[in-house]
Design a protein around this ligand. Structure first.
Ligand SMILES: [Mg+2]
Length: 157
């Protein structure tokens, strides 16, 4: 069960401070996109997100977007925010996390994962060996399978 339990919980990503990330031992921060940085599938970052990214970068953290969504969804979004990215990351499998950490040169012990989903972000981050920050989803899910997963998540949250 501990693989499904986040280390830290916040309402939204912009509530997480550089000090929070430092106390988790993080140098690399892996960011989920859908319902964490923006509404599901939206190219428009949520309120305060671009400023939050600039602030966290300024504090010396490396940031990488890691998403199970497609290249056409993630590439323009990541470029708009000026961040490297991994698309179709297959979370919760470790391969996308490995790819993202290799991009930046930090290991799991120096990595924090931020995301809104237990069965992808939390489970994947914990399997990888990172610290996990769980946020509340920014909006409703549109994807049928995600809706089903959410029903199961309700028992765990
Ligand atoms: Mg998400």
């Amino acid at each position: 069960m501990s693989l499904l339990k986040a280390d830290y919980r916040f309402e939204k990503i912009t509530d997480i401070t550089a000090a929070d990330l430092k106390s988790a031992g993080a140098k690399l921060v892996l960011l989920d996109a859908d319902n964490t940085l923006s509404l599901h599938g939206s190219q428009e970052p949520a309120c305060g997100v671009p400023e939050w990214i600039e602030e966290i970068k300024k504090e010396g953290f490396s940031l990488v977007i890691i998403s199970n969504n497609s290249k056409s969804r993630i590439k323009p979004f990541a470029e708009k925010l000026g961040l490297p990215f991994v698309f179709k990351s297959a979370k919760p499998l470790p391969k996308g996390f490995k790819k993202a950490s290799e991009k930046s040169g930090f290991g799991p012990g120096e990595t924090a994962v931020i995301g809104d989903q237990i069965f992808t972000d939390v489970l994947g981050g914990k399997i990888f060996g990172a610290k996990v920050f769980l946020t509340e989803p920014l909006g409703p899910e549109t994807d049928f399978f995600i809706k089903i997963k959410r029903k199961f998540e309700k028992f765990i949250r």
